[in-house]
Design a protein. Sequence first.
Lengths: 291, 515
Amino acid sequence: MTRAATLVAPAPRTAGQPSLPRRIVADRNGLIGVVLVGLLVVVAVVSLVHLGQDPLAQNRTGQLAGPSGAHWLGTDQFGRDIAARVAAGVFASLRVALVSVGMATIVGGLLGVLSGFAGGVLDAVVGRCTDVLFAFPATLLALALVAALGHGWFNTAIAIAVVYTPIFVRVARGPVLTVRESEYVKAGRVLGFSRSRLLFRHVLPNVGAPIAVQVALALSWAILTEAGLSFLGLGTQPPSPSLGLMVSDARNFFPDAWWTLLFPALAVVVAVVGLNMVGDGLRNALDPRRS
Amino acid sequence: MTRIPARRWGIGAAILALGAGAVACSPSPTNGGKTGESAQLVVARTADVDVLDPARATAFATNQTLALVYDRLVQVDANGKLVPGLATKWTVGDGGRSLTFTLRDGVKFHNGQTFTSADAKASLDRIIDPKTASVARSYLANVSAVDAPDPRTLKLNLTRPDASLLTALSYTGTSILSAKDIKAGTVDKKPDGTGPYSWKSWKQGQELDLAANTHYWNGKPKNAGVQFRVIPDEASIVSGMKAGSFSLGIVSDPALTKQLSTNKKMKLVANPTLDYHVLQLNGRRGPLKDKKVRQAIACAVNRKDAIDTVYFGQAKETGPIVSPAYQFDANAGLGCTAGDTAGAKAMLAKAGYAKGFHLKTIVMTGQYSTSTNLAQVLQSQLGKIGVTLDLDRQQTNVYVPNWSKANFDAAVALNGGSTDPYLQYNRYFTSDGSLKVPAGLADPKLDSLLRKANGTTDEATREQVFGDLSKQLNDDSPWVWLFRNQTYYLESTGLTGFTATPSDSLENLRVAGLA
């Protein structure tokens, strides 16, 4: 039994080891992260069914009212319920983050794996394109793209995706270079496996860990970038709720109506800290030296 | 405890020293403690002067500043009435086809030269000359010749009676320059006028210094000079006021003023200006071609709610005529009560649009802070009658071309007003108006009313015609008139004697001092 076990190639999950989610939760940071992100997801889902208030309903008599029973987090300049707007803003942020990181992961990850596996001209072209994109500061590039593409959440998502694609290319390409020279891939090549089989069955599963960690971190950056773009007036457009836009609007009222600034800002902080901690937990859970 | 190496201490000390130096070099908050006529007033505003030639000045800050250095033939008082400037009196002759001014005696330019009719003639001729490319040229379109029969008399010959000419001659654009400067071509190099302040120094984008003209014909200024500081962020102007760095701060964002009502360091003065907020409708498109539809939209808008939300109640509702000299019922001619949602809905249903429609609405961002907020309020109000405003926020450089080409269904706009309703609307609603495209609508009735008003100098007739114009504009409802803009003056507690004017000019700085 011991002999057999040592002969088995290292796999992401060995028999008897707890499942990945369990390992993430077992990590202290991972647990806090999962709780924070879970909280936001619940809030976002609740916003979809408009349980409490309509985030767009204006109420002139209730302008800039502090937190109360009717409006848990107070109201803004238009008398709109901040709790409803923060919830809807969290949903908008998560939507942009998931879509943009999804696109960046698929495109960037695939390009990285392919260029690393194939090498040659493809690798050179992809590598140089990545370098060009890396040459721009991330926020500046996103700003320019949104300005060119136009407003709206989907265009914002595309802009963020373009900015983060090169990161995924690099994160995916590095491990592929190691894995493609490993003995089991060489063995597969000798056995006459097709390139696609080698790529998808033997290489890809073994470079998943760093990409997974990168996804968690990129999600938090994407939320921050979306908030930043909205803050600058280029992301989500009013009256649609967006955390960045709410912070921007609230700057002038802050000394009088702190709730207009605090709660949307807090939501951004929770999202970013939460996703970073999930990333931490994920990294620890996937680290073979730790298990 | 970690020991900090000596070298780091050195760097730390250097940084501290630099910081201390910066503090020491920062402008002294209270003018070195000077008060009264030896004090210099420090005015903070967001924009800087762009050109130094009054005939080519369009930017607000430029007009505001050059009006302190130059005089006009006539001036407008706080009530919008014309009062003598460099001209002490004027007479209309030849059946309205000439205008003769008697010029003020003993006025000197800052360079010491005496002001005569030759200077006035050279200044007006220069504006009329197409080569000058003056923005004030159209104001003098009816002037056929400028004569200076003697040093104290100036005569304008007109092709037709022009009732708005006097008002136009009170604008900064028609300032009187020195004939010598015009000849030497130094007008846009160093401003040299007859005004209460002379030009001292200018650090572009930072600060501009004016010195009091002790020989000013209307009494020497009650302070030693004015310094304008350019602070692009309005919140920073407020912070500077709180720190006591400025005597006067000028801001436009009503949200900022929320936090200032109880501040002991300054007094907040909300000054209604002639600029007016409108929702422009493009009457050449879709459902908006129908007058009843435009009227329904005008009826559905609740101006008071909009003012309460966007300006925290600190704005004045307005109809088409914004001049304080002419007061008319803002809603006369509309055929409904403004803010009557049910009535508006019924009107819309009668016109065949019970289900409502969408309007592509352009909103300018950047230039003024309240546009997006106003757009959201209008969107909410018109949503109640089924009219959906699809907001498209555009930067100034995108918005202006779209607006000029009327590339919109509706436009949230802030337009410059005038004490003379003819000057306010002739560009939009006359058949040869330069802005008739963005006006969104042409009506021969408006054209003839405007021409009728400008063709007479009889005040009673003009008032009646402008009343008819106001009604006709409401009846046509090419735009929804909302409210008049506010400018906020933050006055330090030491500032005395300053009063703001509806045209937002700073001419009263002359009589302001520091206690």
